[in-house]
Design a binder for this molecule. Structure first.
Ligand code: G3P
Ligand code: CA
Length: 378
């Protein structure tokens, strides 16, 4: 196991459940949904505010009417909870999203892949061996597939129906993080996350934005399970397929974003990871079909102590693009040396440089770095 410095605030440890509960409220929750553990109703104590834990997946309330709540975009930079509060709970689970909302995140981020019967589910990749108990429950389904040119062996969402996938439980991906919640929570559908965002936003009195990424969109289209039509249909059903919706759709591929531009006015984000993708000319091209660019933080500032920031934010803004940077993580294995072990310094530097949004595994830390933590009353 890698040696990792404890994050600031002592977060991510199973031993700090009490302090988490004090800060964000304690609730005894009766989960009786597909996304929570146990075939029968199971009572859990979780550190989320009581109002939020009644996930809307089970409250059956109608979608919000536009304009009735303060918008998700009222703050800049936006705090985007990466895979939920994934530093505290297994990524892409309803409790991870609920905790992020309780902490005050503006948006919750989810990656989307498809089941065999076309249900969009929240997983970082279609191979789910590393983040669920699928190997124990479906050992015979191990398979090898070529995904975007890479041969991958494991268990794939497209080999399972939703009825099968709903029996799985999520596990923490990173060995260095707490595994206290392994096996507790299920894999949510896009529909479950949209419903949670809707009801939790109304309960907290401020819209919860949804930041959805299409994962391997060309691959899924090639096997007859395109992601985009189902995503747009779900957004439409929730009244979110409109220009001013609290929604971003992101992709590392440009082809599906260009196609989406002709089908929706929802804001689109081109994810990038390489310097060739953020030249002034490349950014101007991105601006012809997208509203924002999502660069790795290293494209904005180098890891080295004393290294100078690039012109990416300035160039992107000149092209008319918002800039949303990924991914802020406080642990020493991820945090750049220039911050000398202080994750808040990264938040502050990116904010000072003018970034428009930050993806963080620990949204509470990002909020604290921006002066929007619990002590600030927000
Ligand atoms: O979507 C922003 C960021 O999440 C991109 O990286 O691999 O975590 O989806 P990844
Ligand atoms: Ca993502």
């Amino acid at each position: 196991m890698a040696t990792v410095a404890a994050p600031t605030l002592g977060i991510g440890s199973p031993n700090n459940s009490e302090s988490m509960a004090r800060r964000y409220g304690r609730a005894i929750v009766s989960f009786a949904c597909d996304s929570c553990s146990g075939a029968m109703t199971r009572k859990l104590i979780v550190a989320v505010v009581p109002a939020l834990v009644a996930c809307s997946a089970f409250t059956m309330q109608p979608p919000s009417q536009p304009g009735t709540l303060p918008p998700a975009d009222e703050q800049r930079p936006l705090v985007i909870a990466h895979r939920g509060a994934s530093g505290h709970r297994p990524e892409h689970t309803l409790p991870a999203y609920a905790l992020a909302i309780a902490m005050g995140a503006d948006y919750i981020e989810l990656d989307l892949v498809s089941t065999r019967d076309g249900v969009l589910v929240a997983r970082h990749e279609n191979e789910i061996g590393a983040t669920t108990d699928v190997a124990q429950k479906f050992s015979q389904r191990r398979n090898t597939r070529v995904i975007d040119g890479d041969s991958v062996t494991g268990w794939f969402t497209e080999d399972f129906t939703w009825d099968e996938l709903r029996t799985l439980r999520a596990n923490e991906r990173l060995p260095s993080r707490s595994h206290a919640y392994d096996g507790h929570f299920g894999v949510p559908r896009l529909e479950d996350v949209l419903a949670l965002a809707d009801s939790a936003g109304r309960r907290r009195g401020r819209v919860v934005g949804v930041y959805a990424e299409t994962k391997h969109p060309s691959y899924f289209r090639s096997i007859g399970l395109p992601l985009e039509e189902s995503l747009l249909a779900a957004l439409h059903a929730h009244g979110l397929d409109r220009r001013d919706a609290p929604v971003f759709i992101q992709s590392f591929e440009s082809g599906n974003l260009r196609a989406l531009r002709t089908k929706t006015r929802v804001r689109l984000v081109q994810l990038v990871y390489d310097t060739t993708q953020v030249t002034p000319a490349a950014l101007r091209e991105i601006a012809t079909y997208a509203d924002a660019v999502g660069p790795n933080t290293r494209l904005i500032v180098p890891a080295s102590i004393g290294g100078r920031a690039t012109s990416v934010i300035r160039d992107a803004h000149a092209a008319g693009l918002l800039v949303h940077a990924w991914t802020l993580r406080p642990e020493s294995e991820f945090l750049a040396a220039r911050y000398r072990g202080d994750p808040l310094a990264e938040v502050r530097e990116l904010a000072a440089l003018g970034v428009d949004g930050m993806f963080g595994d620990f949204p509470d830390l990002v909020l604290e770095g921006l002066g929007r933590g619990p002590a600030s009353g927000r």
